[in-house]
Design a protein around this ligand. Structure first.
Ligand SMILES: CC(C)(COP(=O)(O)OP(=O)(O)OC[C@H]1O[C@@H](n2cnc3c(N)ncnc32)[C@H](O)[C@@H]1OP(=O)(O)O)[C@@H](O)C(=O)NCCC(=O)NCCS
Length: 174
């Protein structure tokens, strides 16, 4: 997969050496009971093709530095439906427009080159940064998925906000 260049970011293929940083930053979304080593093993298995994982994925670089990861998982049953996940690794790189730009670059790639008809993302209702980045990138808030994320410890399942952009939205904005 080739590189995509934006105004402050470059998206490039993920390499195996990127995976420890991705695993560390993904820990808040680890499966129940998974350690960081488990998450890294899972990411390596996917990367090497040992387990099926259908996604368009890029490492995010700013000024030649790896700062995050974005993936768009293909729905296994519904062709053209994708679900996006993003992590920016360090707090110092958050809040500088990375989320907004990377969402715009990825959605353009999915609609124009990957056969997407709908791109969606969901995030904890309290994740203001992700919600505002989605809105800034032209996603529409479609409602709340109640009790969506599995319970963590004593906490109840979390409510998640659903956002989406359709191919028609993308064409109307282009
Ligand atoms: C969520 C995330 C990808 C957003 O990327 P980002 O580069 O920090 O966001 P941006 O700089 O593009 O900001 C987008 C909007 O959010 C706002 N924002 C950013 N950080 C914020 C914060 N901590 N609190 C409130 N608003 C915030 C910005 O002001 C901007 O709003 P505006 O368009 O109204 O000006 C990034 O913060 C991140 O990786 N967080 C940890 C992982 C995560 O939560 N991933 C999403 C899981 S679903």
């Amino acid at each position: 997969m080739s590189r995509i260049t934006g105004s402050q970011l470059t998206l490039r293929p993920v390499t195996e050496t990127d995976l420890p940083s991705v695993a560390r930053a993904s820990m808040p979304w680890a499966l129940q009971g998974e350690s960081e080593a488990d998450v890294l093993r899972r990411l390596r298995d996917r990367h090497r093709g040992a387990v099926p994982f259908a996604a368009v994925e890029f490492a995010i670089e700013m000024e030649g530095r790896l700062i995050g990861d974005i993936q768009a998982r293909r729905d296994p049953y519904l062709a053209g439906l994708f679900e996006i996940g993003i992590v920016v690794f360090e707090d110092a790189d958050k809040g500088c427009g990375v989320g907004r730009e990377v969402l715009s670059l990825m959605t353009a790639q999915l609609f124009e080159h990957e056969g997407a008809h709908r791109v969606q993302l969901n995030t904890d209702v309290g994740n203001t940064a992700m919600r505002r980045a989605a809105e800034a990138a032209g996603f529409t808030f479609e409602g709340v998925l109640r009790g969506f994320w599995p319970p963590k410890g004593d906490e109840p399942p979390a409510d998640y906000a659903m956002y989406a952009k359709t191919k028609r939205d993308h064409e109307d904005m282009s």
